[in-house]
Design a protein around this ligand. Structure first.
Ligand code: GLY
Length: 364
């Protein structure tokens, strides 16, 4: 038998820059024009972001002479499905977009995931620039290349790893972000402190009120810190085969709580409760000093996030939901636990009794 080898190992660089700051829109469009040349720029956004920022952003692109258009879809997780993807693809075809197009995802996590996925499949892929407008998207979902949509079977079940061509983070977008949405982002920020950076965790403890008041200087440094942490993890483990799982700290239980509450519990709230539970489980299993769960819980409460689980939630349903976690591999649900703040590890087996006890303890 003869062999012809196709050598494709990393011939193309998929590195990119994350640029962040305040009042950066004019500079951002110039950098897009200079560094991401395209025959056509198509802004993908939702109807809510379109109203607030989309038209202005489109005008800024056109003002410097770029061929730009905008496609929007209804805001919300319900739009994160394959029909939205096909509608966008249809609109791209109708406007004559081809392989020379560049998509710009302007919005929160749903917009970023949908636009990134469309970019990864349209004409067998076109570049996608992420311009995240929510705190969650700025510190998490716009970085690292996870794209995709939900199926009736569960969230994010169809998608791709497709890194953006660039990420531009403007803090101005946070000025109009509702408190609940801002808190979703705070939960992710606290997560980064817990899994990677005890110093940032202390900064959060000392400055949580100013951060909640959206102090621009503090926010910029915290958001930048989170981007640094996320990019360091993604650089080592782009496709979540090991280390990247630490980014799911608090998420295994968080997702289960969200699902069992039929999404009455927001993502940030679920993650907050999940982080408290993971800390308590770590302590019960003898890994974490007994003072640390209380510290985590206090910060979560100060951030305006819940640390207690609603009494009405059925404990066994939550545990059954955890077992359906889409991130499980070979039937093992990987829990992220802690040895100390800043030192997480993955544990593939936690006894049902320990999870049940912690869930019971946490009922508010
Ligand atoms: N949001 C977790 C990750 O990007 O891996």
């Amino acid at each position: 038998m003869r062999t012809v080898k196709v050598n494709l190992d990393r011939k193309i660089s998929s590195s990119y820059e994350i640029r962040l700051g305040k009042d950066i829109i004019d500079r951002m469009v110039l950098l897009i024009a200079k560094n991401h040349k395209a025959g056509r720029y198509v802004v993908i956004t939702d109807d809510c972001v379109k109203r607030l920022y989309g038209k202005k952003f489109l005008a800024a692109l056109k003002d410097i002479g770029l061929n730009a258009a905008l496609i929007d879809f209804p805001a919300g997780e319900a739009s994160k499905n394959i029909n939205t993807v096909m509608n966008i693809v249809g609109k791209l075809m109708e406007m004559g977009a081809d392989r020379g197009a560049c998509l710009i995802a302007l919005g929160g996590g749903v917009v970023g995931d949908v636009a990134g996925f469309v970019a990864s499949i349209f004409m067998r892929s076109v570049p996608c620039i992420q311009v995240p407008t929510t705190l969650v998207a700025q510190v998490d979902s716009s970085i690292g290349g996870k794209t995709g949509v939900d199926l009736p079977y569960g969230k994010n079940l169809v998608g791709s790893f497709y890194q953006p061509a660039a990420v531009f983070i403007s803090l101005n977008f946070l000025e109009t972000l509702p408190e609940k949405e801002f808190n979703n982002g705070l939960a992710e920020i606290i997560k980064y402190g817990i899994i990677d950076d005890e110093r940032m965790f202390r900064t959060l403890e000392e400055n949580i009120d100013a951060i909640k008041a959206r102090d621009p200087k503090l926010l910029l440094s915290v958001v930048e810190n989170c981007c640094q942490i996320k990019k360091s993890v993604v650089e080592i483990d782009e496709r979540e085969e090991g280390l990247r799982r630490i980014l799911n700290f608090g998420h295994t239980l968080g997702h289960a709580l969200e699902a069992v509450s039929k999404y009455a519990i927001t993502h940030g709230e679920g993650v907050a409760m999940g982080m408290v539970a993971a800390a308590r489980i770590s302590e019960k299993m003898g890994y974490l000093k007994s003072t640390e769960p209380a510290r985590i819980e206090a910060l979560i409460r100060q951030a305006g996030l819940p640390a207690a689980i609603p009494k009405a939630l059925d404990r066994e349903k939550v545990i059954a939901q955890i077992k359906m976690d889409k991130k499980k591999k070979d039937d093992i649900v990987h829990f992220v636990l802690l040895k100390k703040i800043g030192m997480p590890f993955i544990n593939g087996h936690i006894e049902h009794g320990i999870i049940a006890a912690v869930l019971e303890e946490m009922k508010g």
